[in-house]
Design a protein around this ligand. Structure first.
Ligand code: GTP
Length: 444
């Protein structure tokens, strides 16, 4: 090569947009071009003589070391990607082209800053992950946990909370809040509520740079400091809540991170609304609208599961079939709305007479059914039936009238009266009919 041209090489290297490194056999930097400072934030003086691996993000060190060994063994490589920590603490993604120079005993590496591309990929991956979470999560709780995981993969996160606005009451609640170690709660609800309302009203994110939202005494495992970022959850039609992110101690969120989080929040808002709708639809399909009780379909599912459990464990269950006596008269004399109130009150009273694990369902009209789990004797079933009869017999106040209501109840036990749901239901219905007929005859 012309010696003049040779002398120009360092100038040429400094004009390159990619960073050029020469690293010796011990892994120490011996030369860098000007682009290194732009990409890594360190001046050549700050890099030369230092060990290259010290600048690599800790999570990538092992595979970077491995890659360096491969290159030094004479296997040149184009396309190895890893992350470095810039002087300002931010992460930079680079793609390498590297080879070993045996005559100089130096590793020659050219590094391209691919942070922007990675950022775009991250956004795409986050969109996909959020939409996947909305589909895969069985309920809203599972979805919040998954969103926490996705956000923690995108930005450094010490804690995460979700604030949601109830679509009916417009009340703000915190259905999810968790720190790095799985502790909850992490926020002071009254203070956080004020900030969230502000964010929801303005539709603008808010960055709080001290511990204003933290629970007093909470999070003692970490030094104080760090920032709180409150991001509005905006759908096409409205703001449905906020995401609350707590940064790692002593750090805050950069504008770039805020931009990424704003994008992710929009995806999360859409996914949350979709999930909420599907949860509501599922609930509506399995519950009675008037009383909020399980409907026939959900009752059948519960019955099937209870029977399966019983068959496995030789257990016993009972069915109570209830029908309000002369309910038609309430409708006819006081109107349908009054009849509705009576049905709602009856539903409540039956529910209060049984245990939480039992199921009270409305089959339609004035007919209810109770599935009692873990029944010991037939006498126990009679006791529950009497308790319900007594509860319903107490006056029910509707439209200024104290209505005296009675109910007919028929019972059936598994395994005595049948092995399958249908048989048991038929048997309980028949017994209820006999109860009603007996009372009618007695009354006459
Ligand atoms: N208010 C109200 N009434 C309903 C609803 N669904 C069904 N009904 C009415 O409930 C009544 C059911 O009456 P029945 O069970 O046939 O008759 P009953 O007066 O209770 O007589 P017995 O069962 O023989 O004691 C009918 O008048 C239906 O129109 C509802 O959601 N709300």
């Amino acid at each position: 090569m012309d010696p003049n041209a040779h002398a120009l090489l360092p100038n040429i290297a400094d004009l390159l947009l990619d960073a050029v490194f020469l690293v010796d056999v011990h892994g120490r930097v011996v030369y860098v071009n000007a682009a290194c400072e732009r990409i890594f934030g360190y001046t050549p003086d700050e890099l030369i003589g230092r060990s290259m691996i010290d600048f690599v993000a800790p999570e990538d060190r092992a595979r970077t070391w491995n890659e360096a060994m491969q290159v030094m063994a004479g296997r040149p490589r184009i396309g190895f990607e890893n992350r470095y920590i810039r002087k300002d603490g931010r992460q930079v993604h680079v793609m390498w082209s590297a080879r070993w120079s045996p005559e100089n005993q130096l590793r020659i590496g050219v590094a391209r800053d691919i942070t922007e591309r990675k950022h775009a990929q991250e956004m795409q991956a986050a969109t996909y992950a959020v939409s996947e979470a909305a589909h895969a999560a069985t309920d809203l709780g599972a979805m919040y946990r998954e969103i926490h995981r996705i956000v923690a993969n995108l930005v450094p996160l010490a804690g995460f909370a979700v604030a949601t606005c109830d679509p009916k009451t417009k009340q703000l609640g915190f259905p999810y809040q968790m720190d790095l170690y799985g502790n909850s709660p992490i926020i002071q609800e009254p203070t956080t509520r004020q900030y969230c309302i502000e964010v929801i009203c303005s539709g603008q994110p808010m960055l709080l740079t001290d511990a204003v939202l933290a629970t007093p005494g909470g999070d003692t495992s970490m030094p104080a400091g760090g920032a709180w970022l409150v991001m509005p959850l905006i759908t096409q039609n409205e703001t449905i809540g906020a995401l609350i992110l707590k940064s790692l101690p002593g750090t805050t969120y950069s504008d770039k991170e805020k931009g990424l989080l704003q994008f992710v929040s929009a995806q999360v808002a859409t996914a949350m609304e979709r999930k909420r709708l599907s949860v509501e639809l599922l609930r509506a399909a399995r519950h009675d609208e008037l009383t909020g009780l399980p409907n026939r379909r959900l009752f059948q599912d519960r019955m099937a599961s209870a029977l399966a459990r019983c068959k496995r464990k030789q257990g016993r269950i009972a069915l109570l079939y209830l029908d309000i006596d002369d309910f038609k008269q309430v409708n006819d004399s006081l109107g349908h709305a009054a009849g509705d109130v009576l049905l709602q009150e009856v539903a409540q009273r039956i529910t209060h007479c049984v245990r939480e694990e039992d199921t009270v369902a409305r089959l339609g009209g004035d007919e209810f059914v109770v599935l009692l789990e873990d029944v010991r004797t037939a006498d126990d079933v009679m006791l529950v039936a009497d308790k319900i009869r007594h509860a319903i017999r107490q006056p029910i106040h509707v439209d200024g009238f104290a209505l005296k209501t009675r109910t007919s109840i028929g019972t059936a036990l598994y395994p005595e009266h049948g092995m399958e749901a249908e048989e048991l239901l038929k048997q309980a219905d028949k017994a209820m009919y006999l109860d009603k007929k007996f009372k009618a005859r007695t009354f006459k």
